[in-house]
Ligand binder design. Structure first.
Ligand code: OVV
Length: 402
């Protein structure tokens, strides 16, 4: 037995398959079992390590020197397998490349810019909530969760109106591709060429307006910080990471409110809790379940040896429910002190778009809290199966006006 094989054999075995419908229908018992089994597990099925406790997830996502992103942040190891698209120059990159690209992205999300966007985002939030109140009974995914982030964010970026229906299919391709090649990936890639073609064509300088966030990225070409094709790649990152995630976060929080009347009442009484309610929903039912890293050298996790060039899957959603870290981990509590959740990840790759995601969440759910009197499920929700995203495909909801 060589050292790698020996190390693998020393870790407790993960028997469950997290990338199945059965697991996704109710992942929490599976996550609890992972956390109980040890600080790090070995999945013989996927030939990767798995961490599921809060402290270990936090460490794997923070220690970028040991847990690299450059070989991809999905199961596929780019040192051994060809990526399906040119790797992201921010997500699938380590410093120093990551530092340079992230700096430019962060420039589009400053407090000053968020302040400028706020008025528009709040206006659109009112329109959205009025529309569902007119409907009375509506689908929390197609009439609510998907509508707002596919409008306000592309508008802010400066993306053309035409073809925006490609955004969610692209998100589905991107997030499924972080998992194994299975039925979900296959379905997501059914129309891949057309979707990818539209995305690439609309990341160019010519496609974008002169006054959006995209233009700020292209300004970094003019100042010599980026090459022209790198700017296009960073716009692609916005489109990959910024739409599907927020859509699903909205659906998930709506479900939380419809199924936790005590929390809904609290929010209705105090609409200023909207921001923290959104944050708590990212802990309790976060849209991004996991990301992978690749070890750059031999290391250990909780005393268990892990070899070099091994894939490690960090289950953020399990960290969010770890009772080692959270009191009443499985309770949805919109007044909870929720800092430290892993819904946005953490470390140098922690979500760069979180100021805009929070702005969207706060705008919509504050308007919701002010205008809605009652909310309840109007039928059984249906799950959307995605290797990395936790989401509904359908969420029948009934509301009445305040
Ligand atoms: C965080 C995230 C998710 C998906 C894609 C990307 C980033 C990207 O940079 O392409």
């Amino acid at each position: 037995m060589n050292a790698t094989v020996q190390a693998r054999a020393a870790a407790p075995v993960l028997h469950a398959d997290p990338f199945t419908r059965a697991f996704m229908d109710d992942p929490y018992p599976g996550f609890a079992a992972m956390r109980e089994a040890g600080p790090v597990l070995w999945s013989p099925q996927y030939e990767c390590y798995v961490v599921a406790r809060h402290d270990d997830v936090q460490r794997v996502l923070s220690e970028w020197q040991t847990f690299s992103s450059a070989a991809g942040v999905g199961l596929s190891n780019f040192n051994k397998e060809k990526p399906w698209r040119p790797p992201s120059i921010v997500l699938e990159a380590d410093p120093p490349l990551h530092t340079r690209t992230r700096t430019v992205l962060a420039r589009t999300m400053t407090p000053g810019i968020v302040k400028q966007l706020r008025e528009r985002f709040e206006r659109e939030a009112e329109i959205l909530v009025d529309r569902i109140l007119d409907l009375g009974e509506f689908d929390g995914v197609t009439d609510f969760g998907e509508l707002y982030p596919t409008k306000v964010f592309p508008d802010a970026l400066g993306l053309p109106q035409q073809g925006r229906e490609n955004l969610l299919p692209y998100g589905s391709m991107v997030f499924n591709s972080f998992g194994p090649q299975n039925e979900f990936t296959q379905a997501a890639f059914a129309n891949a060429d057309a979707v990818r073609g539209w995305i690439m064509a609309n990341c160019t300088r010519q496609a974008l307006t002169k006054d959006g966030l995209g233009a700020i990225i292209y300004a970094a070409v003019d100042s010599g910080e980026l090459k022209e094709d790198e700017a296009g790649m960073l716009v692609r990152s916005f489109l990959s990471a910024g739409v599907d995630t927020t859509c699903n976060a909205f659906g998930n929080l709506l479900w939380c409110l419809a199924t936790h009347p005590d929390q809904w009442n609290k929010l209705r009484e105090k609409p200023e809790l909207a921001r923290n309610a959104f944050e708590e929903s990212l802990r309790y039912e976060g849209p991004a379940q996991c990301f992978f890293r690749t070890t750059t050298q031999e290391t250990e996790i909780g005393g268990v040896k892990v070899g070099a060039d091994e894939k490690v899957c960090a289950f953020m959603q399990s960290a969010n429910r770890d009772s080692r870290r959270w009191e009443r981990a499985d309770e949805f509590d919109i007044e909870r002190r929720v800092v430290g959740h892993m819904g946005f990840g953490t470390g140098i790759h922690g979500c760069v778009g979180q100021p805009i995601a929070r702005l969207e969440g706060e705008a919509v759910f504050a308007a919701f809290a002010r205008k809605v009197k009652t909310i309840e499920l109007a039928g059984p929700p249906k799950r959307l199966y995605n290797n990395v995203l936790r989401a509904f495909s359908s969420l029948p909801v009934r509301v009445t006006r305040a």
